[in-house]
Design a protein around this ligand. Structure first.
Ligand code: FAD
Ligand code: NAP
Ligand code: SF4
Length: 679
């Protein structure tokens, strides 16, 4: 057998009392399957990941008591009844030869309910509830609840627990002086403040015995003002090792930090250097994390001595077989996470069950099942954008005779435009994955072919899936026929030249992306770690506590003067993703892009864009610009539907052809897969 391309990643890790089969740790993620009594869906989800070869799975967080809930009635592990319910999860993983640790997460002041507790009565900037400050006895009782939770997890069959000590949650709040103003033995000096996690670990180890994995997620880089100094972080790590931790996992940034830590614009492995700083300070295995989504990236980190294990969370949503494919020399078949957050983290914030933009089966393993078809019918899929590709692959997997048509020479549709945006480079890899999957499948591709109803009826398809996408919406602004007016397609796909002063009409996802594209010149900071760290003011924590520079982030010289418009009043970009919208806004503000809402578009002429404000069309204003770019939404493209149906052909619309409003790749891929699964 050929030597593996990933010897370090696939090397087992001996923990003394037990062995992990490789160096991958599936990082904790809240999926929404944790909350509630029936954990069979959670079991199916983890079972698939264990079958796919993950070294150590860590569950989403379970609270040690009700005060620690992230939100009302969140998952909790504190009784024998809870432990009993979890046995289906641990069994599913063990049946596949995997190992699983349960994360104990106490939300502290980040809790979204009125019973939250914290070291001090200080409200967080991201939750509406002010926490109850704990008495000294109250602190003792919280420690006891952590210990009890770990004991119950062991009873449930878990191989270990991860104690969540980072991201600004409860434990982290004890560590930093700005959230811990206590005057008893749990406050004051760092020595005192760090006793809280150390005691939790010491007493947990005592209670669970020696042969139980204790992972501790340590906040190595707080990324908030008043964060821990590097010296303090090292002091804590050493004390935790002594207290009985088996593996030290890396935590980067509090949730309230104003530095992106996992978004797609964050360079791959952007924070591995922080874990590396800890090497040599402790002798237990260290796990590095954040924006590691490919086996070659993970391999390079391990081979370079940056860490002993690699944590990947979202990549295992995207592909449960990540490790298996890497081990079998099929890395080009890995469906990789593009770090968009659209179906995972954004869903968690909307109280929806998580999924994955590139893999709609994630967390829906029991309901989205691709069963073999009983009849090999002939299906045409018209349009090889996100929706058409997704449907074609599922249909082929089910055994249909699939013909995929696209007018373009390449599959991907609008995704090619998305991939040109600085910070969205991961979309290129998504396209490469789709191309590879189509090549491996039985789908017959007809590229460079704009089909019409005549051809489709002539070729006697049993069913036509129309995935023809969208056309840009016509905003009907007087003067828009001027040569200075371009559409986003002209700019992104046809690369038409754009002048130095630009007005963008429409501030949805595409308007923001076009602004980002036009503001940049030269390589994207997402491809250059040093430039990216400087842009967000991240520095070595040995030089500034929490790793935050004292200097304000450097403002970039934009390649153009840009103004972004919308008719609605209020914040621009309000409809962007919950977890990423603020990053897009901050980035454009950093470029000095003007954001102007509440306008009426009066006309466009040789001087530029004329607008007025409000219902009374007041304050007529001219924005002198070289180009006006239309990003005013999209309309469905489905002119083939009527003629096909008139000839008695069964037609189903998917993706933008079905509904253009609020269309994105998540919905297009999900709908394509679901329609194909049900055909
Ligand atoms: P399309 O991608 O439009 O595909 C339709 C295909 O049909 C095209 O390839 C076209 O050539 C073909 N076609 C049409 N008529 C015919 C015919 N008669 N014969 C043959 N072929 C035909 N979404 C996200 O989720 N996240 C993002 O971050 C994101 N960023 C974006 C950034 C930009 C700049 C743009 C433009 C879009 C972005 N999107 C994003 C949106 C996402 O790309 C689309 O919603 C999604 O790709 C739509 O897929 P679709 O299959 O419905 O249509
Ligand atoms: P969109 O988000 O619906 O935004 C359309 C914009 O055009 C709005 O700002 C709207 O604002 C304006 N508009 C609508 N009708 C108009 C009219 N008649 N005249 C002038 N302006 C008009 O759509 P999009 O930006 O085209 O994006 C398409 C889809 O791709 C979106 O659903 C989005 O989710 C997806 N996408 C996602 C991302 C991402 O990062 N997740 C990035 C890009 C695209 P007013 O009505 O207030 O003027
Ligand atoms: Fe990754 Fe996006 Fe899927 Fe989340 S939804 S796992 S970020 S690809």
């Amino acid at each position: 057998m050929a030597a593996s391309a990933y010897p370090h990643l696939l090397e087992p890790l001996d923990l003394g009392f037990t062995k992990l089969r490789n160096r991958t740790l599936m990082g904790s993620m809240h999926t929404g399957l944790e909350d509630g009594k029936d954990l069979t869906k959670l079991a199916a989800y983890f079972g698939e990941r264990a079958r796919g070869g993950v070294g150590l799975i860590v569950t989403g967080g379970f609270a040690p008591n009700f005060q620690g809930w992230v939100k009302p009635f969140a998952g909790q592990m504190s009784s024998k009844a809870h432990a009993e319910r979890h046995k289906v999860v641990t069994k599913a993983v063990h049946d596949e030869g995997g190992k699983i640790a349960m994360q104990i997460l106490h939300a502290g002041r980040y809790a979204y309910h009125p019973f939250s507790v914290a070291p001090s009565r200080i409200k967080s900037p991201i939750t509406p509830f002010t926490p109850w400050p704990l008495t000294t006895r109250g602190v003792e009782s919280q420690i006891q609840d952590f210990v009890n939770s770990a004991v119950m997890a062991r009873e449930a069959g878990y191989d270990g627990v991860e104690i969540m000590g980072s991201e600004g949650y409860f434990i982290n709040e004890f560590l930093c002086a700005h959230t811990n103003k206590r005057t008893d033995k749990w406050g004051g000096s760092y020595e005192n403040r760090m006793q809280f996690p150390v005691e939790i670990v010491r007493r947990t180890r005592e209670a669970v015995g020696k042969d139980f994995i204790l992972v501790y997620r340590i906040s190595m880089l707080d990324l908030v003002p008043g964060g821990q100094s590097w010296e303090e972080v090292v002091q804590l790590a050493k004390a935790l090792e002594k207290a009985g931790v088996t593996i030290l996992n890396t935590g980067i940034g509090w949730h309230e930090a104003r530095v992106p830590t996992i978004a797609t614009s964050v360079p791959r492995a952007a924070f591995a250097w922080v874990t590396k700083k800890m090497k040599g300070e402790v002798s237990i295995p260290l796990v590095t994390t954040n924006r590691i989504n490919r086996p070659e990236v993970a391999e390079e980190l391990l081979a370079g001595g940056m860490a002993d294990m690699v944590s990947m969370a979202r990549p295992f949503l995207a592909d449960p077989e990540f490790v298996k494919k890497a081990a079998e020399g099929r890395a080009d078949e890995i469906n990789h996470c593009i770090a968009c957050n659209q179906a995972c983290l954004d869903h968690a914030f909307q109280n929806k069950v998580a999924s994955c933009l590139v893999n709609p089966r994630a967390c829906h393993e029991t309901e989205l099942v691709y069963r073999p078809t009983l009849k090999r019918t002939k299906v045409a899929v018209v349009g090889a954008g996100a929706a058409g590709i997704s449907a074609s692959l599922v249909l082929a997997e089910r055994g249909f005779d699939v013909h995929l048509f696209d007018a373009a020479e390449k599959v991907g549709g609008q995704l090619h435009m998305a991939a040109t945006i600085p910070g969205k480079e991961e979309f290129h890899h998504m396209l490469a994955y789709f191309e590879r999957q189509l090549a491996l499948s039985s789908v017959k591709q007809h590229l460079g072919v704009r089909v019409d109803a005549e051809r489709l009826t002539g070729e006697k398809f049993d069913h036509v899936l129309l995935a023809t996408g969208v056309a840009p919406r016509n905003p009907r602004i007087p003067g828009q026929e001027s040569p200075k007016v371009l559409s986003y397609v002209d700019v992104l796909r046809h690369k038409k030249p754009v002048g130095k002063r630009v007005a963008i009409i429409g501030a949805g996802g595409i308007g923001f992306d076009v602004a980002e594209y036009l503001a940049h010149e030269g390589p994207s900071p997402s491809m250059n770690l040093e430039a990216w760290l400087a842009e967000w003011g991240v520095v070595d924590p040995a030089t500034a506590p929490g790793g935050l520079s004292k200097e304000p982030p450097k403002r970039h010289a934009p390649a153009r003067e840009i103004a972004l418009f919308q008719r609605k009043k209020g914040k621009l970009g309000a409809g962007l993703g919950k977890t990423t919208g603020w990053i897009h806004r901050a980035s454009l503000q950093n470029f000095g892009v003007k954001m102007i809402g509440g306008v009426n578009y009066e006309r466009i002429d040789e001087r530029g864009l004329h607008v007025s404000f409000g219902e009374k069309r007041e304050r007529p204003t001219l924005f002198e610009v070289d180009n006006v770019i239309l990003c005013s939404g999209q309309e469905p493209l489905r002119e083939l539907q009527a003629p096909l149906e008139a000839k008695g052909v069964k037609v189903t619309l998917i993706g933008g052809a079905d509904e253009a409003s609020e269309l994105d790749a998540k919905r297009a891929i999900d709908q394509g897969a679901r329609v194909a699964a049900a055909l």
